[in-house]
Design a protein. Structure first.
Length: 373
């Protein structure tokens, strides 16, 4: 797609460098044609080159959202899952793709990133530009609510004696440990007949590299491949697909145990939502999960690959859920104290205001929040 052609309404990450260049040029051409726009501050994502050309248009401060920089494209640390290492083409594309993030780190006056782990992926000499500010969690929306059982959830009735394990991910993929979760689920099913599993997430891969290996074998998704590897009780393991917000709230409030697994990568909102909802959480002992969860203080942790340890801890919780509710209460308190939406927006406004000429009130209004004293 050329810069002067109509642009799509939905932006998808370009899978080629030409696409990134066209994206940058389209934004530049469009804004150059609108000279009446004279910003006091420009804020944008650092990964796609969005702001680079705009420094030629606007003489004002630039603040960037920094997601991450992966390890060197040729090194082993770029492998998110050892079973599915990135193929040659992916490695070579990454060699140039993240150049735009480097350029933004130099071009922007400051930046922000959600977690300390993401900050650690930036070059040490440029980390001083970045502030750790999480996106913010709405604790009024995601809060503990008692749902009396029996409770009808979609086509399933949750009986008073049932135990509910929840798993939420944008995609059912290797990087978020979907296969590890299913191995746990099989063992738990064999040990406790009263446990049901509610699995939310699309049947797609967003971040990992498994489809490079599985598609040639005829598998259209990682979920399809995982289910072909063993026998699972799909009457008790319910796949919900993409769930609407109200169902998601019910899912967390029904949960006796929420499982969150991830390779070292960007932290999912789902884990923070579960914490805010007061769920007892069993997570993988990987960064940045360990930045938020502390074992036996506000959650439980085990090695990502240790199915035995994950299953053992899960069974302990499911046999006596009330004994672990204090972990969910502590998890919610962690969110309230450090990750609550208005506090995070307040930090962001202070950052923007320190560079821009816009008032704090107008910034809060633009971000949809009231000032926090």
């Amino acid at each position: 797609m050329k810069p002067n052609e109509p642009q799509p309404k939905v932006f998808y990450n370009p899978d080629r460098l030409e696409g990134l260049m066209e994206h940058m040029a389209a934004i530049y051409v469009g804004l150059r044609a609108a000279p009446q726009i004279r910003p006091d501050l420009v804020v944008g994502h650092m990964s796609y080159g969005t702001m680079l050309y705009l420094r030629n248009l606007y003489d004002c401060p630039f603040v960037g959202y920094y997601e991450l920089l992966p390890p060197p494209f040729w090194g082993p640390a770029m492998t998110l899952r050892k079973e599915f290492p990135p193929p040659e083409g992916v490695r070579l594309f990454n060699a140039m793709y993240h150049t735009f993030t480097y350029l933004h780190l130099h071009a922007c006056d400051a930046g922000y990133t959600p977690t300390q782990w993401q900050l650690s992926t930036a070059p040490k000499e440029l980390q001083y530009k970045l502030n750790v500010i999480f996106d913010g969690m709405d604790v009024d929306v995601f809060q503990p609510r008692t749902l009396a059982r029996p409770f009808r959830f979609r086509d399933l009735t949750i009986e008073p004696g049932s135990r509910v394990v929840t798993y939420v991910s944008r995609g059912l993929e290797s990087m978020r440990g979907f296969d590890v979760f299913m191995k746990m689920a099989k063992r738990i099913c064999a040990a406790m007949p009263n446990v049901v599993f509610l699995v939310a997430g699309d049947e797609r891969t967003n971040y990992g590299h498994e489809l490079h290996y599985l598609s040639p074998k005829g598998f259209k998704s990682f979920k399809q491949w995982v289910l072909s590897q063993d026998q699972y009780d799909l009457e008790r393991i319910r796949f919900l697909g993409h769930v609407p917000p109200q169902d998601l709230l019910h899912l967390y409030n029904l949960s006796d145990l929420h499982v969150y697994l991830t390779a070292p990568y960007v932290l999912s909102w789902s884990m923070m939502q579960a914490m805010s909802s007061g769920c007892t959480i069993l997570g993988s002992a990987t960064p940045p999960v360990q930045e938020v969860l502390t074992h036996e203080q506000n959650g439980l942790l085990a090695d990502f690959y240790d199915v035995d340890a994950l299953t053992e801890q899960a069974l302990r919780v499911l046999k006596n859920p009330d004994d672990y509710k204090h972990l969910g209460q502590a998890a919610r308190q962690t969110i309230i104290e450090s990750y609550e939406k208005r506090q995070c927006i307040h930090k962001l406004v202070k950052l923007f205001q320190s560079f821009g000429r816009t008032s704090a009130d107008s910034l809060f209004e633009a971000l949809g929040a009231r000032a926090v004293e």
